[in-house]
Design a protein. Structure first.
Lengths: 657, 130
């Protein structure tokens, strides 16, 4: 066996052509020292570890007369597993190392010892991949920090090279060690810094107010949110006692609590305390507070995190108030989504229809389609109002006046329902109708006698001229009274159900002529020209009595409101599937402001009143009600001082045939 | 009208209101008609079973047996199907008129009516019957 360590033998072991030349002996410590100084100077000057790696590799290549070489830094994981990072390489080709090189490096790492392979003498080299190899460990403080490997030597590797390079390797290892230590310190520092700045950021940007209270119960720190809520100025804080920031009624208790807490500590963090606070300017503010303690060195501080809940509590209060109002209203109030589910039903609603969760459960089957039609209308137009029947708790029908409102929001499409129970009103209406009807009937019987006896009196020959005049006045006023009773009775009857109507085929022109005949005498007496063109040939299916009173009112009105010398023109004509009655007068007209209201019951326009035209204010109300019951409509155009045109459009009997 | 006077037509007036009864009575007798006056339905039926009557003027609003019921009994119980019955009523709704016609009334006159108009109705019905 060759003694690898016996340098004196070297020349005998190495063939002459590979024999170490004179240079080896010439390599002296000062040369390596120069390399060391070079490395250190470059590192210090450049501050660049790469430069050091390159110089080290260069020195290793030169010293060992190698053509190829590399340096890998070794980083150890927490669990002691090494990972290699190539720092400098001069290998040629594609730069990839032969697998055998990996094995050799592993050997260096495993043993911390240099490895020498000289294929010329050592036939044991497993492969042809490399022609000689020297691997040297860089050890610093018992820790392997890097491995340097060189190959393709001009002369076989001499084991003494390891000793020769050792000072340079140690120096580099120390530098690497220092680098690694500084890198990990930098990492730790930057981690610390980022943690601190994160905490600062939390403190500065938190939506919650955060204040730190010192052991004397004074405010030490306050974040912007806290300053905003408490009205504290920006900048350095004056040492403000915490009791200044709470309501006077609780100040003493808060002070006791804080002093005890800083003296003995807080056993467990307190949270969600509601404390009446006070801004610096004295304004009250309601706070929800959490308290925890923070120990820094020997100082114990209290950290108080709080939130301004003034508005929230206010909102809750007004919500509770709104719910109270909704619950105290006698009307049903409900809302939910357009898909039919009920989200809210107020107390009146629950007692009316019981606890329901679907809109469709509120209505009898017969009204369901109308309800969904109403919802559709509300979706299209925002709201719908009308009358709908609800199903009561006991299955009883409840007539209601209802409003359906629709609202579209980002949360979806919702509807609100307001319903007023009309049961009582309907009962009252019936009582009122019965009363009006009875009174009117009772009035008619004595009127029959009054008017009848007057007629007998006028027919007889017993009266003097002046007596006859007086009787005529009585007769005329009796007629007026009769007319009034008739109107009232008619209005009362118009509110009644369809079943009270007597529908028959009515010759429209004939009916109009009948009315013209009754008003003609009055018109002539008043000096008004009455013209007509009544040839529509229209036949209607309607209640003749109702229509007669409507026509009498329209034509009678025209005569009534037209002064002497004026003209009233009446025409009937077919208009599509309708017949149109056109009554145009040259009367006093209707003021635009009154136009909308003339069809209201008992409403009389200003001109009618100032012109002392007698009337009940029922005429057009009757006309509109009758026309609407017949499926028609009324149109009024008027110009003050010039006249009025009233048009009634009524559907023909054969419109659907 | 002469032939009517010759045969002395008799009109039965049924009304619980004395003034109205007298008004109709005066008007008809002024025109030469003979009248019988009663105040309720039962009396009317009794008169019709015992006397010859040409026209009945019947108020709808009668105490106890109302005009409609009286009318029905005249047609059904007494079998006087051709007798002219003129109903007087203060009710003007379509349904009331139909009820009256269903009960068998020949004509319907709404209060307040003119005595002259009532006479006209009576005379024309007598002429139609003659």
């Amino acid at each position: 066996m060759t003694d690898w360590y016996d340098v004196s033998n070297l020349e005998q072991q190495v063939p002459a052509r590979h024999r170490a030349p004179a240079w080896f002996e010439d390599q002296t410590a000062p040369d390596i020292l120069a390399e060391i100084v070079n490395v250190q100077r470059e590192y210090v000057r450049q501050g660049d570890p790469q430069r050091m790696w390159d110089l080290l590799l260069d020195a290793a290549l030169r010293t060992s007369f190698s053509a190829r070489g590399f340096i890998c830094e070794i980083e150890w994981s927490d669990r002691g597993i090494p990972s290699l990072v190539t720092r400098s390489i001069a290998w040629g080709g594609d730069g990839s190392l032969h697998p055998d090189v990996g094995l050799l490096v592993s050997q260096v790492i495993a043993t911390d010892e240099p490895v020498f392979i000289n294929p010329v003498e050592d036939g044991a080299l497993p492969s042809v991949g490399i022609d000689g190899f020297m691997g040297l460990p860089l050890v610093s403080a018992d820790r392997l920090v890097a491995v340097i490997g060189v190959s393709s030597p001009a002369v076989p590797y001499d084991r003494r090279l390891a000793g020769l390079l050792q000072p340079l390797l140690s120096t580099c290892a120390s530098i690497v060690e220092a680098l690694q230590a500084s890198a990990s310190r930098d990492r730790a520092v930057s981690e610390l810094r980022s943690t601190a700045s994160f905490l600062d950021a939390v403190f500065e940007t938190a939506a919650m107010g955060i204040v730190v209270i010192d052991e004397e119960g004074r405010l030490q720190k306050a974040n912007p949110a806290a300053r905003e809520v408490l009205g504290l100025p920006a900048g350095r804080l004056a040492p403000l006692p915490v009791t200044c920031l709470v309501d006077r009624t609780v100040a003493a208790r808060v002070e006791r609590f804080v002093l005890r807490a800083v003296a003995r500590g807080v056993n467990r963090p307190l949270s969600n305390l509601v404390v009446p606070g006070r801004r610096l300017d004295g304004a009250p503010v309601l706070l929800e507070v959490s308290v925890s303690e923070m120990q820094v060195g020997v100082d114990r501080n209290l950290v108080i995190v709080f939130q301004n809940i003034t508005e929230r509590v206010e909102a809750q209060r007004s919500l509770a108030k709104a719910a109270e109002v909704l619950d105290s209203t006698p009307d049903l109030v409900a809302w939910g989504s357009t898909d039919g589910s009920i989200d809210y039903l107020n107390r009146a609603g629950r007692s009316m229809v019981g606890p329901r969760i679907a809109f469709s459960d509120l209505f009898p089957d017969s009204d369901l389609a109308r309800f969904w039609g109403a919802v559709e209308q509300a979706v299209d137009h925002g709201s719908w109002s009308g009358e709908l029947t609800l199903v009561g708790q006991g299955g009883n029908p409840i007539p209601t006046s209802m409003v359906v409102l629709h609202q579209a929001s980002s949360e979806g499409s919702s509807i609100a329902l307001l319903a007023r129970d009309l049961t009582e009103r309907h009962e009252l209406d019936q009582i009122k109708d019965a009363f009006v009807s009875n009174v009117s009937h009772e009035l008619r019987t004595p009127l029959t006698s009054i008017l009848g006896y007057l007629e007998l009196l006028e027919e007889g020959d017993d009266l003097t001229g002046s007596q006859r005049d007086l009787v005529a006045v009585i007769h005329r006023n009796g007629d007026r009274l009769l007319h009034l009773i008739g109107q009232i009775l008619l209005v009362a009857s118009l509110d009644r159900s369809e079943s009270d109507r007597r529908i028959e085929a009515v010759n429209f022109d004939e009916l109009v002529r009948e009315v013209l005949a009754t008003v003609e005498v009055g018109a002539i007496q008043k000096g008004i020209r009455l013209r007509w063109d009544v040839e529509s040939g229209a036949v209607l299916q309607t209640d003749r009595g109702e229509l007669l009173s409507a026509l009498t009112n329209v034509i009678g009105n025209a005569v009534k409101f037209t002064p002497s010398g004026g003209e009233v023109a009446v025409t009937t004509a077919r208009s599509g599937s309708d017949v149109c009655l056109d009554v145009t007068d040259t009367g006093i007209g209707i003021h635009p402001a009154d136009l909308e209201r003339v069809t209201q019951r008992f409403y009389r326009g200003g001109l009618a009143r100032t012109n002392e035209v007698q009337g009940t204010g029922l005429g057009l109300a009757i006309v509109e009600a009758v026309v609407q019951r017949s499926g028609g409509r009324i149109e009024i155009e008027s110009s003050v001082g010039k006249g009025t045109t009233v048009k009634l459009l009524l559907p023909l009997a054969d419109r659907d045939e | 009208m002469n032939e009517v006077i010759d045969s002395m037509p008799r009109v039965l007036i049924v009304d619980d209101d004395a003034d109205l009864r007298r008004l109709v009575d005066m008007r008809l007798r002024m025109s030469g008609l003979e009248t019988v006056l009663v105040a309720d339905g039962a009396s009317a039926l009794e008169v019709l079973t015992t006397q010859s009557i040409d026209v009945v003027i019947l108020d709808v609003m009668l105490p106890e047996m109302d005009g409609l019921e009286t009318c029905r009994r005249i047609r059904q119980d007494l079998g006087l199907v051709d007798l002219t019955i003129i109903l007087l009523t203060a009710r003007v709704r379509g349904a009331d008129i139909e009820a009256g016609l269903a009960a068998g009334a020949s004509q319907y006159l709404v209060k307040p009516f003119s005595p002259r108009e009532l006479l006209g109705r009576v005379v024309s019905s007598l002429e139609a019957a003659a």
